[in-house]
Write a new protein. Structure first.
Lengths: 664, 301
């Protein structure tokens, strides 16, 4: 005889399912989300008696159609993302079915699994807070379901019941979190996700980065181990583009090599850690010029590869935020040159000198000739070309489209652009001047959060620049024409610069503007939220096997064997169980001891020949017993009074056990 | 199966199928947390573990400190709906929720759910049950069980609580009762049961003639009432086992019907069974006495 959920419970369940589908909104294909919303609305209308539930045939068709859609969208059924999508579909379809006790229990269970699926996609602070709320509602509904017909849809009752339970659970949950031994299985890989930030790809053409910079998405957080390099030095390399097609540049698929152990520690190397968002496919960002990358988790350490152009890549795209440490050598240094091969082979030179055609536009030809006049070195040619960009160009996020996509149109007619325009045109001109060059994409800058000591790099910091090969120094040198076109962007950083209006930018030239801007209450609030979210992410990412060791070492309990930790976990559970029992006075002695004492007395008196008659209550029986056995009159009367007081008066009387002994 | 002993009190507790499913959820979240180094999956896993333990303790506590003070099963007709009342006493500071009370000692299906018993209180619970064959019956054990609050565990305990009760033959049969001379002449004559003039209302009891139900009063919102008629003088009738036709069972059902009919009318009636009987009388108590005699007659006649 199971309690049957009523309409109020169904309404609460609709609320819970809607709540659980919310965080999946952005991560799943449109059909999955549409089906979820459709089923929710259908059930809601059904509860208000506007529609009927679909029949079995319709449901069977829906199940088959959705399974096919999931397979079509994800290419598989059993993957994490497709599994999560199937889970959403299952929960949604269950809503448009009859929901009795069994179904309600299954739905509540699936909600836990939906939450778990969400954790595999994100462990952000927002999701953690959401999960707390979600667990409050789910546990409250579990209780409501077992309350039978008393269920009422009352959000405050749900919150009160659920919060009480969650608060009861929280201490043991936290304790177990810290003491349960962490282990890395390593036999299953983390899932990968396709879906990079719009803007970074293997192609760069005018407009690509502009779109990225117009969004406001977090890219990564970086913390330097030691003094941070100046803003002008903070170029985060991500990709290198080598193939020139006028204003469009493409990259080649280079061979990916296993990471070579770092040869010695360079005195000028700089170490830092990066907490990166899972939006860049397999790209790994390092400060210019990265020499070493080491992800926190071992399974990702095995997946780091090094490729042409001092770039790093994962063998598969991470699905979650990832923490890695890296080392870079700023500027040129002998050790860097040694690690990079120190010379450009002929085939590489040909690659980096490739141009779509000879310069046909006389203005371009003239500019190239001007730059190449005399016998200048590659650096001197680049320096001369930089002068060309210092005047007549304007930096803007909305440059408009080029009609011909030709170099000359941009250089001599349009003259308005974003960093990518300047970088690709600069690199193309360098090649026309017989200087090996390439375009680099990544980020520049990063805004320091004083509350967490982390530098926040966002999509507004997206940037492209140029590298040319120096024959004299035998290494690639960075040239960034945008610094001459928009110097303020490099003083303020991309995030602040792109957030300002033109009027504010005029004011921003004054000294102290940036510190004043950061002191604004809204910026302080932004920093606080960012610091909190970053610290939470770092805590979750760092509390692994090593993090646990470090934690116990700090407590003076270093070198704890995992088995000891496992034992402690079990002990925590046992103590929690005992605490729950002791908290409940039911488990204290005495719940039925009164009645047991009376039954013992009854047996005792029976042995003495005083039988209780079926119509006699305890009081009548004991009064008669006193008359029949006057020698025990006093203790029997004492027993009677105390029995009545304890059992019916709900008071604590004298111990009946002691009186019983005196009667014996 | 987990068995908890506490000073002679035996409470059994086992996980339900949903508890096992929930256990599977714990395993999945633990495995997911380990495979993907996902700390929030671990958090969820530990939350579920702690909730599981709370569920176990609370399900067990829900049935503890509970005693049955009294249970009465009212005289009821066979093969229909019986009525009963149980008094449950809680010494529990939290009270009890959703307790299922069952007796399976005989064919009568006693299975009822007590929604809520307040803390430290004596809770009377009225219930109905499906009756089987008639006769004197008893239940020896009362099983109290529950799944509150999460449904992860099923817990039960059995009380040794003997209760005797009677089920009388269901009023059935279309035979007409013939009047037998009270002076014992043996001469019979037909008597129309009931009178012609309205005398009073009485509460409707199952088995009363539907013809005498006061439907107008019912339409006015009053409970179901049976009209009693009186033609000025009270006749006496003997309901005699020998008068009824058919086999023993049919006779007993017929006698039960006549008792109800007589009570619905204005006659003074008595019951004659082989070896025992009820003297002339009328009224609710008299009817119950007659029906009790019919219930007791099983195996005696």
């Amino acid at each position: 005889m199971n309690p049957q959920p009523n309409r109020f419970f169904h309404l609460s369940l609709i609320f819970l399912v809607a709540l659980n589908l919310l965080p999946h909104w952005n991560d799943h294909s449109v059909p999955t989300i549409v089906v979820g919303g459709f089923c929710l609305v259908w059930r809601l209308l059904y509860e208000y008696q506007k529609v009927r539930l679909p029949n079995d045939f319709v449901k069977a068709v829906l199940v088959m159609a959705l399974s096919y859609l999931v397979y079509e969208n994800y290419g598989q059924i059993l993957g994490l993302e497709s599994g999560s999508a199937l889970l959403i579909c299952a929960v949604s379809l269950k809503l448009i079915d009859r929901v009795d006790y069994r179904d309600a229990m299954v739905l509540l269970f699936l909600n836990f699994m939906l939450l778990l699926a969400r954790f595999f996609e994100s462990q952000s602070l927002g999701i953690t807070l959401f999960a707390g709320f979600d667990l409050v509602i789910t546990t409250a509904l579990l209780v409501q379901l077992h309350n039978g017909a008393q269920v009422r849809f009352d959000i405050w009752t749900l919150l009160k019941t659920g919060s009480k339970l969650v608060l009861q659970v929280a201490p043991v949950m936290v304790l177990l979190f810290f003491v349960f031994p962490r282990f890395s299985t390593g036999f299953l890989s983390a899932p990968s996700r396709q879906g990079a930030l719009d803007g970074f790809s293997n192609t760069l053409e005018p407009g690509s980065l502009t779109r990225l910079a117009q969004t406001d998405q977090l890219a990564f957080h970086a913390r330097f181990k030691g003094e941070a390099p100046a803003l002008t030095q903070r170029y985060w390399r991500g990709g290198v583009l080598t193939e020139n097609q006028n204003m469009k540049w493409l990259t080649r698929e280079f061979k990916k090599n296993r990471l070579r152990p770092l040869a010695g520690t360079s005195v000028s190397s700089i170490a830092y850690e990066i907490l990166v968002q899972p939006v860049f496919n397999d790209w790994i960002f390092t400060l210019d010029r990265g020499v070493w990358v080491e992800p926190r988790h071992s399974q990702w350490q095995r997946r780091v590869r090094q490729t042409e152009g001092s770039l790093f890549r994962f063998t598969k795209a991470p699905d979650q935020k990832l923490l890695y440490e890296a080392q870079s050598v700023l500027g040129g240094s002998p050790s860097l040159r040694a690690s990079q091969g120190a010379s450009l082979f002929a085939d590489q030179r040909a690659l980096y000198l490739q141009t779509p055609s000879e310069a046909t536009d006389p203005r371009v030809r003239s500019l190239v000739q001007e730059v190449s006049k005399g016998q200048p070195t590659n650096e001197e040619k680049a320096q001369r070309l930089m002068q060309f960009y210092s005047t007549q160009f304007r930096y803007t996020l909305s440059p408009g489209r080029l009609k011909t996509q030709e170099l000359a149109e941009f250089l001599f007619e349009k003259r308005v652009g974003f960093c990518e325009h300047f970088a690709v045109s600069f690199a193309a001109l360098m090649r026309l001047a017989d200087v090996p060059s390439r375009v680099v994409v990544g980020f520049h800058g990063g805004r320091r959060n004083k509350l967490s000591d982390y530098y926040r790099v966002s999509s507004k910091d997206a940037h492209a620049w140029t590298e040319i090969w120096s024959d004299t120094q035998e290494q690639w040198l960075r040239f960034d024409p945008t610094t001459l076109v928009a110097p303020l962007r490099f003083e303020l950083g991309g995030e602040v610069f792109h957030s300002l209006t033109d009027d504010q930018r005029a004011l921003a030239q004054s000294e102290g503007f940036l510190s004043g801007y950061d002191r604004g209450w809204w910026q302080q609030g932004f920093f606080a939220a960012d610091a909190l979210a970053t610290q939470w992410n770092l805590f979750l990412l760092k509390y692994d096997q090593q993090g646990q060791k470090d934690f116990f070492a700090k407590l003076g309990l270093g070198n704890l064997h995992p088995l000891v930790l496992f034992g402690v976990s079990i002990l925590v559970l046992v103590l929690f169980f005992l605490w729950l029992r002791s908290k409940n006075p039911l488990f204290a002695a005495g719940d039925d001891s009164t009645q047991r004492a009376y039954l013992k007395l009854q047996t005792l008196l029976e042995k003495k020949g005083i039988q209780k008659k079926s119509f006699e209550g305890p009081s009548d029986f004991l009064i008669r017993a006193q008359k029949e056995d006057p020698t025990r009159q006093a203790p029997l009367e004492s027993f009677r009074k105390n029995y009545l007081a304890t059992r019916y008066g709900l008071q604590k009387g004298e111990s009946l056990g002691k009186i019983l002994k005196s009667i014996r | 199966m987990r068995k908890i002993f506490k000073k002679g009190e035996k409470i059994y507790i086992i996980p339900t199928q949903y508890g096992l499913m929930y256990g599977l959820g714990i395993f999945v979240s633990l495995t997911g947390g380990a495979i993907y180094n996902n700390n929030l999956a671990f958090v969820l896993c530990f939350f579920l573990v702690a909730l599981f333990l709370i569920g176990m303790v609370q399900t067990h506590a829900n049935i503890k400190a509970l005693s049955i003070e009294k249970m009465t099963l009212f005289l009821s007709p066979s093969d229909s709906e019986g009525r009963g009342m149980i008094w449950l006493k809680s010494s529990n500071p939290e009270g009890h929720n959703q307790l299922r009370v069952q007796c399976k000692d005989n064919e009568d299906v006693i299975d009822t759910v007590v929604d809520r018993i307040h803390k430290n209180s004596l809770h009377p619970h009225f219930f109905t049950f499906k009756t089987g064959d008639w006769g004197l019956k008893s239940v020896k054990k009362i099983k109290v069980s529950g799944r509150y609050p999460f449904g992860f565990f099923y817990t039960w305990r059995t009380f040794d609580f003997p209760v005797d009760y009677a089920i009388y033959p269901k009023p059935e049969g279309e035979q007409t009762l013939q009047a037998v001379d009270d002076r014992g002449s043996g001469e019979g004559h037909r008597v129309q049961l009931g009178g012609h003039d309205f005398s009073e209302h009485k509460k409707y009891i199952q088995g009363d003639s539907q013809k005498h139900i006061d439907w107008k009063a019912y339409a006015r919102g009053r409970p179901l009432l049976t009209k009693k008629f009186d033609d000025g003088h009270r006749e006496t009738l003997w309901i005699d086992y020998a008068q009824a036709q058919g086999d023993h069972r049919q006779k007993m059902h017929q006698l039960s019907r006549w008792v109800h009919q007589c009570e619905a009318g204005t006659v003074v009636y008595g019951l004659r069974l082989p070896g025992q009987g009820a003297p002339l009388g009328s009224g609710e108590n008299h009817k119950l006495y007659c029906l009790q005699l019919l219930a007791q007659a099983r195996g005696r006649i």
